[in-house]
Design a protein. Structure first.
Length: 250
């Protein structure tokens, strides 16, 4: 299995304060990789550096090619897509218009298959189809997260990076969102998932990393991480062997 994303010795600093200290990770094609850790560990900084929003030192390769000197627009055009923690929707625009904006680069390049992609998004998220004329700012939290995911899918990403997709959502909606993430993987989308809900993240992911104070503290396949006594006690709030959430893993 080949790596779609390779990050090696990534370092990011805010002024004289280094936030990431030589972080290395990889995401294989067709896999979900999660990064868990406490607030302030550098998880959002990691995604910002990968997508090109933050200056960084180290090596970044995507689909076998170096991305170190490429712009955000070039990375998005190559198939990298970030769904930020705050979702960054256009509240005063309709659901349909928010989705169309997700395909802006495809439109600029003359892609004529955008309408069919929109149909696919509506099929995946029927509630968005029902609310296509509704302003994004009037949606519920779960619907806004679905819209953020749908807008990202309009860009036809090869690697989807999600920053805290469960943030602020009710437990039942969290379960629905993670089942959607699993279904995206089944559809061939590779995913880098940043998440504080470690239990849900490890159930849906193939592999994971624990990021603490800007460094990778633990890494491994998801089942091994879930069974690690330190991870279980610190991030799952349970001893090894206790029950799970029952989320679907596909």
């Amino acid at each position: 299995m080949s790596a779609l994303l390779e990050v090696r010795d990534l370092r990011v600093a805010y002024g004289k304060v280094e936030a990431l200290h030589g972080v290395s990770l990889s995401v294989d094609e067709g896999r979900i990789v999660t990064v868990i850790g406490p607030n302030g560990a550098g998880k959002t900084t990691l995604l910002g550096a990968i997508i090109g929003l933050l200056p960084a030192r180290g090596a970044l390769a995507y689909a076998g090619a170096s991305m170190g000197r490429t712009s955000v627009e070039q990375r998005v055009g190559a198939g990298l897509c970030l769904v930020p923690e705050r979702r960054e929707l256009f509240a005063s625009m309709s659901v349909a218009d928010n989705l169309q904006l997700g395909a802006f680069q495809r439109y600029r390049s003359g892609d004529r298959t955008i309408a069919s992609t929109l149909d696919e998004v509506y099929q995946r998220f029927p509630r968005l189809a029902e609310r296509r004329a509704q302003f994004a700012g009037t949606l519920s939290g779960g619907e806004r997260q679905m819209l953020a995911l749908g807008r990202a899918l309009m860009g036809k990403p090869k690697l989807l990076m999600l920053d805290e997709p469960s943030l602020g959502l009710a437990p039942q909606i969290v379960k629905e969102i993670f089942n959607i993430i699993a279904a995206l993987k089944a559809g061939g989308v590779s995913i880098l998932l940043i998440e504080q809900n470690a239990r849900a993240a490890l159930q849906v992911a193939d592999a994971g990393y624990v990021l603490e104070t800007g460094e990778i503290a633990i890494e491994g396949v998801s089942a091994e991480l879930a069974g690690n006594p330190r991870v279980a006690a610190t991030y799952l709030g349970q001893s090894v062997g206790e029950g799970s959430t029952g989320l679907v893993r596909q």
